[in-house]
Write a protein that binds this ligand. Structure first.
Ligand code: NDP
Ligand code: 8X3
Length: 258
């Protein structure tokens, strides 16, 4: 069956790889991101064999998002699959030094826009008694790390929101899955470090990180299991990544006794 797949953040990384993966299997696409020229290039590449609708949009603009969803062409008005992928981390500073604007941008993009998009499309999915919402979370939503602060907290929200959706949608034939990747090489670190390529490169130095293709293959599989199966969550790390021990500050006792 040909499906319609709406992908946010399709101009690079996981979203772009998902667009290619689903198109290769004949699924029709709605692609959203701010960099419309990249989406249009992808449309030119893929529209030989599938239908592709592109929307250049800042997803944090509530009015623009409502308008974009309400004016989707008839063939893609209610997607079968929504991949809530657009998101970002900004900075790696400690909480007492972090940029407040960066925090707000992460909250507005990773939480508010994702929630709005879901709320806008869900009534159509409920009415057609069919749908699958894929939320892109992160290992950062499960495991804290220094400097992860608000980014990790937004992804913890996405994890819990995914579970809450499952609870609300029981009996409605709508699947919800939270995909939680670890270290993956995309434009993610370039964005986090505000286009500082050398800082971004150090994140991946000496590692074999996940690729966007790895994640697209996994999302495609999660969308292809039998109708009665729901993958609630999937955490994926590269083999070169695992947990560290809890940190202990050994200067505390000395300073407490003075
Ligand atoms: P990329 O930076 O390569 O892709 C991010 C995508 O999000 C881009 O297409 C970007 O498009 C889009 N986007 C960001 N902000 C907005 C906005 N305001 N409006 C519209 N689109 C927006 O990174 P990834 O592919 O790695 O990231 C995809 C998701 O995966 C994110 O949610 C990220 O948090 C998550 N993730 C990433 C991991 C990693 O290590 N790479 C690991 C775990 C999770 P544009 O700039 O054109 O608007
Ligand atoms: C991206 C993974 O560890 O850089 O979500 O936060 S991490």
């Amino acid at each position: 069956m040909t499906r319609t797949v709406l992908i946010t953040g399709a101009s690079s990384g996981f979203g772009e790889a998902c667009a290619r993966k689903f198109a290769a299997s004949g699924d029709n696409l709605v692609l959203m991101a701010r960099r419309l020229e990249r989406l249009d290039r992808l449309q030119t590449e893929l529209s030989g064999h599938v239908r592709v609708h592109t929307v250049g949009i800042d997803l944090t603009d509530a009015d623009a998002l409502t308008q974009a969803v309400q004016t989707l062409p008839d063939w893609c008005r209610t997607p079968d699959i929504l991949i809530n992928n657009a998101g970002l981390a900004l900075g790696l500073s400690s909480a007492h030094e972090a940029d407040m604007q960066d925090w707000e941008t992460m909250i507005n993009t990773n939480i508010t826009a994702l929630v709005r998009m879901t709320r806008l499309l869900l009534p159509g999915m409920v009415a057609q008694n069919r749908g699958h919402i894929i939320n892109v979370g992160s290992t950062a939503g499960n495991w804290p790390y220094p400097g992860g602060n608000v980014y990790g907290a937004t992804k913890a929200f996405v994890q819990q929101f995914s579970r809450e959706l499952r609870a609300d949608l029981l009996g409605k034939n709508i699947k919800v899955s939270n995909i939680e990747p670890g270290l993956a090489e995309t434009e993610f670190s370039l964005v986090r470090f505000k286009q500082d390529q050398s800082k971004a490169d150090t994140v991946y130095d000496g590692t074999q990180p996940l690729t966007a293709h790895d994640i697209a293959d996994i999302i495609y599989w999660v969308c292809s299991v039998p109708p009665h199966v729901n993958i609630n969550a999937m955490e994926i790390m590269p083999l070169c990544q695992a947990w560290g021990p809890l940190k202990t500050d050994r200067s505390m006792a000395a300073s407490a006794s003075t």
